[in-house]
Design a protein around this ligand. Sequence first.
Ligand code: SAH
Length: 258
Amino acid sequence: MIDAGEVWLVGAGPGDPDLLTRKAERLINSASVIFHDALVGAGVLELVPGHVQLVPVGKRSGRHSRDQKTIDALIVEAALEGERVVRLKGGDPAIFARATEEIAACREAGIPVRICPGVTAASAAAADLGLSLTLRGLARKLTFVTAHARAGEELDLDWQSLADGQATLAIYMGKSAAAEVSARLIEAGLATDTPVALVENASLGSRRHFKTRLDLLPLAARTAVGDGPALILVGEALGEASAGTGKLEARTLSANGR
Ligand code: SAH
């Protein structure tokens, strides 16, 4: 399925291996080397056949990281050596995953590169909450935004356009900036009681979710979630009653209850 010297950017989904696409699984099985992120679920990595070389190139803020240029170079080098390369990324490879740099590096080296989409964290979080991210008449717009700032820098976001009462915001990498996000959105006009949900480890047995309101988001981000990846969702759609919540809680309590 993968030719020698070809690169596939593959979405591993939010963590639960059952949320991997069949195509992603086939690509994983036909790779000779896989470079993967720290966010790729352990259950997904377990599916990788033993003969495939598995190379972690994880970048998680505050921990050991390989810089993007090194990752680009590793992928290019493997492809030039004739490997069948899978670059496995958490969620969808086209959403906050530095795909552009890797695609450009491959193209510059004349390496064919393709993308296999994955289930993004926002979709998995909505599923865990049993909620829709859009809502007829109330949430007509869905914005994916990252609240990750470079160390020591302020977030440079267009708060005015983000503070849209008719939109749902899916904020990636937003946990450490939660206080700033809350203050800026309120300053830009969003109501203090706008519904907010925090979802950590979406789709996994260890998932946790917490519903609150915009002005209480900083407190919730500090106390309600641990140090797993977490998504912040903001907007009226989050105020709807969740589907099947009771069942979900029961499953959350039973460890690894998939
Ligand atoms: N390409 C990924 C996003 C990578 S950015 C995707 O499409 O999902 C990393 C951020 O994604 C994390 O900081 C967190 O905000 C979010 N994220 C990834 N996996 C998650 C999960 N299982 N649960 C909650 N948030 C997750």
